[in-house]
Design a protein around this ligand. Structure first.
Ligand code: DP6
Length: 361
């Protein structure tokens, strides 16, 4: 597969107007994507759990227009016009136009909402960009109805990647790999693929309770963060470590070895933050309460032998990960001991999910 496979031939149908709606989930990486090359190509392979409850719902209304000189679109979040979202979408349209040559032929209204609060510190770029990519693919499918489902998903993931790297892991469930690794034959830098090997029962319906430690705007955009991996003194070793972790993860997922799983994902989370702390300029995205929570998790794990663990994304929030069969005791602990460290006591209960869904044709 190369980029060329996604450049379309002539369309067989003409469509004047219509509306499609998709809901698309967020995802949480276990092996992290941090560092990219030109054209949103990742420096290392990553793998994520697709989430179930943190979603973006996007409707795309389209009508044919005469003048094809510009992109024409309006964006609404929760019913309110959002002109500040336009530059990101304009950049996205420019990047994907060669793969969706109809973009200048339509006027679009993009209406979007998230199931999680906008200012929760939860990145909406993965769910948002994947939902938009899926809506555009639905229009494309109306223009070319004989498109196989597998191609639809691949191209949706490919387009989502061009909007935001991690968004390419938000099309399907439940464990998604993005980036070429020798461990997984079908893996590619171009789009996300479902993890193809055996996954132990221990990981079915794995729980993710997201503790909202800091709901403020991101201090450092992920694009800036990724770029700091260029000329980073530890970059080469970090990228190699991600490859090595893929090799280690395969037998862990197969055998259900939770101790080894916990060690691997916590090390990945801390490595991500270590890369930020050792870049130039350097920065710290964890807050004192992030560390309080991590220490409490470690103490509780040691005392109980339960399989509670954490991961982090590029922010202060903590994703508490644990198996379904330990959920009731661990959730009690979270409510009694950890929620106090969340901003306004806010947290979100989530678990592994099955991927994006089309809501209207
Ligand atoms: C720390 O996908 O947000 O969440 O490609 O620049 O849009 P862009 O970056 P983005 O980066 C996410 C990084 C991460 C780790 C991960 O999800 O793998």
């Amino acid at each position: 597969m190369t980029e060329q496979n996604f450049i379309p031939k002539a369309y067989s149908n003409t469509i004047e107007s219509g509306k499609v709606t998709w809901e698309s989930p967020s995802n949480i990486a276990l092996i992290k994507y941090w560092g990219k090359k030109k054209d949103q190509i990742p420096e290392n392979p990553s793998i994520s759990f697709t989430l179930n409850n943190c979603k973006t719902i996007t409707s795309l209304t389209f009508s044919k227009k005469e003048n094809t000189t510009n992109f024409e679109f309006e964006v609404y979040l929760d019913g309110e016009k959002k002109d500040d979202f336009k530059p990101k979408i304009e950049t996205f349209f420019n990047r994907v136009e060669v793969y969706l040559p109809f973009l200048r032929n339509y006027k679009f209204k993009i209406e979007t909402k998230n199931t999680f609060p906008h200012s929760s510190g939860i990145a909406s770029s993965a769910s948002g960009m994947s939902a938009l990519a899926l809506c555009l693919m639905s229009l494309k499918r109306q223009l070319n109805p004989d498109m196989p489902d597998a191609y639809f998903n691949q191209k949706a993931s490919f387009l989502a990647r061009l909007g935001s790297g991690s968004a390419c892991r938000s099309i399907e469930g439940d464990l998604i790999v993005w980036g070429r690794t020798g461990v997984i034959e079908e893996s590619t830098d171009l789009f996300g693929v479902k993890y193809p090997y055996k996954v132990h029962e221990n990981f079915k319906e794995y729980q993710d309770t997201i503790l909202l430690v800091d709901k403020g705007e991101k201090q450092v955009s992920s694009t800036v963060g990724h770029n700091l991996m260029h000329n980073h003194p530890y970059a080469k070793n970090r990228f190699q470590q991600a490859h090595d972790n893929f090799k280690a993860l395969k037998p862990i997922l197969e055998s259900g070895n939770l101790e080894a799983f916990i060690q691997l994902i916590e090390s990945e989370a801390l490595t991500l933050h270590a890369m930020m702390m050792t870049s130039m300029p350097y920065f710290i995205l964890m807050k004192p309460n992030t560390l309080e929570i991590i220490n409490k998790i470690w103490k509780f794990r040691q005392e109980t032998g339960l399989h509670i663990s954490f991961t982090l994304d590029a922010g202060a929030n903590v994703h508490v990960l644990y198996p379904k069969n330990e959920a009731s005791v661990i959730l009690e602990f979270i409510k009694n001991e950890l929620v106090a460290y969340c901003q306004n006591g806010h947290y979100i209960c989530d678990q592994i999910g099955m991927g994006a869904k089309q809501l209207t044709m």
